[in-house]
Ligand binder design. Sequence first.
Ligand code: FIX
Ligand code: ZN
Length: 422
Amino acid sequence: MRRGYIFQGMLSSDQIRSAVDAELASTKFIDVHTHLFMPSLGNLGLWGIDELVTYHYLEAELFRSSPVKPAEYFTLSKLEKADLIWRTLFVENAPVSEATRGVVSVLHAFDLPTSSSDLKKAREFFASRDYHEHIADVFKLAGISEVAMTNDPLDPEEAPLWEKGAMHHSQFHPVLRLDRILNKWPDHFHVLQSKGYKVDSELGGNSISEVRRFLDVWSKLMKPVYMACSLPDTFAYPENSVRAKLLTEAVLPVCREYDLPLSLMIGVRYLVNPALQLAGDGVGKADLRALERLCCEFPENRFLSSVLSRENQHELTVYARKFSNLMLFGCWWFLNNPSVVEEITRERLEMLGTTFIPQHSDARILEQVIYKWRNTRRTLGPILANSYDLLAQDGRAVNVGDIQKGVKRLFRTNFEHWTSLP
Ligand code: FIX
Ligand code: ZN
């Protein structure tokens, strides 16, 4: 998008806001954490209206407005689920929550009716789309150039696709996801055994070197830009545990060997309501001294971190001031709402300047990037402008170049440098 403004020299307060909005609109962001998949991973990639409407955020909201019980709901077909959610959350009620309004935003972006009594026209539209062209249109509407994926080497559906040589895509960066190894070793070590890795449940014998060999094989196969793991609110380090041993003796050394950051996403209370399945996770305040100790004891490793509890955000920001090998990213999951994004981003700008990554979409369905990034630009515009305005008020002239460099650093170069993206 051409920059629709030409300001020379020192900017006034109004010009600062215009310049920030214009730079946010014209800069193509990197989406540093999603659950999207490159086209060669086939049906793992979710897109279209029925996936959008049955997003797990909306399933959680459905059960607050419908008498249907989760057990009954999960027996329905995808189309039946979507029809029920559409009727309940979009027809019988005005869609004023973040997740429901997001679907409206996507429909509006494609000039589709947003208050229909059914999904007929939307289904016809998405059925008419060429997938590859659709991806290009969606990325353009979202103002993003590329996304980081979430790729699980122990997922029985995804792993074989990589092993068969799934074609890489320049706009979809692989991320080696470690949850099944670090959080559920007892349930998954046998999968490594079945692939010829001499590992056991207690990490005896050559287990650690075999896990490192497994990570080496997958680092070569996937070519990830970072490794990642979500962790419970109870995550602790140091700790005499299988997770701590795997993390410090296998994962972190392989990250150093391949010059990869490790992303630690801390604070999930898994399945607080199991009946809701993927929508059943909750949030808990974590003890971030675990992150502090890891950053301190492994200065040669680079860490990305996003934490789920609002109550952890201020101390996480302070930790980023203490450890230059720690890069904060995003307002994760239950935090990705304007009221909380504003608070978190303001305190990060105040304490870190532009040395953090403000947001990621966490998109699970392709078109979600459209509304998640529109919301981010809308929320962050005035906040970022305020930072530059205060600078001007306090005696340092602000010019367009300052703003261009700041926006680019926040939404591109911080991640590029952290992950050594080409
Ligand atoms: O662990 C994660 O990557 C989380 O983001 C997901 O598990 C979560 O379900 C989600 O999609 C949140 O937005
Ligand atoms: Zn996620």
